[in-house]
Design a binder for this molecule. Structure first.
Ligand code: SF4
Length: 253
């Protein structure tokens, strides 16, 4: 068979599987196998769970999810946002940072952690020997929570997401985790930590203590914005990041 014919068949199979997946099916059935050497039909059922990532690859699957988020209006934040802020980084990252939600700069550019706090996060990532391209950065809510939702052009109009907003948006983060499969999550600040762990403990007490979310190790630490307000917190974040780096290197924490 010519290579072009082979690619055409592969592409058709991919489109069919995509439609199959859109119907909500995630199982493939292969029911009868002809065994020519014995001249009979061997009635065998092979049934295997497949994930969309197996079909499309993690990068492509993340892009499909990004499109869903871009058109999402499931909570009121979707009405006032300028851009949904999906996430950025490697679709195969071992390390994933999760903040609370986009602010003014992020809402305008559609990218997470690009303001002053984001620049500090970039320095922390680089101090760990990584880059923004080798890790993955996302938020627990994808749209800008504003104090005055009627004015996205106003500066200092940011607020933390409510628990309800986090609950509505969290399935998108869960899907990102299912696709990327990081070895460890770092929650940045009280909101994302509370949203994932459902813990009311203050971040000053819970930070540095490893937990689990969906079977993935989770390290809570301070939000970079808190470090801009209080330089004394930097040493605690550095302690936490050293533990994370050791876990990534040696598998122990
Ligand atoms: S915050 Fe999340 S749930 Fe709410 S509109 Fe944006 S993407 Fe949808």
């Amino acid at each position: 068979m010519k290579r072009s014919e082979y690619l055409k068949i592969l592409n058709l199979a991919k489109i069919s599987l995509e439609e199959y997946n859109n119907w909500g099916e995630n199982e493939i059935y292969k029911t009868s196998i002809a065994d020519a050497s014995y001249g009979k039909i061997v009635s065998t059922e092979i049934k295997r769970q497949i994930s969309p990532t197996e079909i499309f690859g993690s990068k492509e699957e993340l892009e499909r999810l990004r499109e869903k988020v871009n058109s999402c209006k499931k909570c009121p934040l979707g009405k006032s946002r300028l851009n949904a802020v999906f996430g950025i980084g490697s679709s195969n990252a071992d390390l994933m940072f999760v903040g609370e939600g986009p602010g003014y700069d992020e809402d305008h550019k559609g990218e997470p952690f690009i303001g002053r706090a984001g620049q500090l996060l970039t320095k922390i990532i680089e101090a760990m020997g990584q880059t923004r391209k080798t890790v993955y950065i996302a938020n627990i809510v994808k749209c800008h929570p504003m104090i005055d939702a009627s004015n996205p052009e106003k500066r200092s109009n940011d607020r933390p997401p409510t628990f309800e907003e986090m609950e509505i948006c969290k399935p998108y983060l869960d899907m990102q985790l299912d696709i990327i499969k990081p070895k460890i999550i770092v929650t940045l600040g009280a909101s994302s930590t509370k949203g994932l762990l459902k813990s009311g403990e203050p971040i000053s007490r819970i930070r540095g203590v490893v937990r689990e979310y969906k079977g993935i190790k989770l390290m809570p630490t301070y939000h970079p914005a808190a470090l801009l307000r209080n330089q004394d917190l930097k040493k605690f974040v550095w302690e936490d990041m050293k533990k994370v780096a050791r876990y990534l290197d040696m598998g122990e924490i």
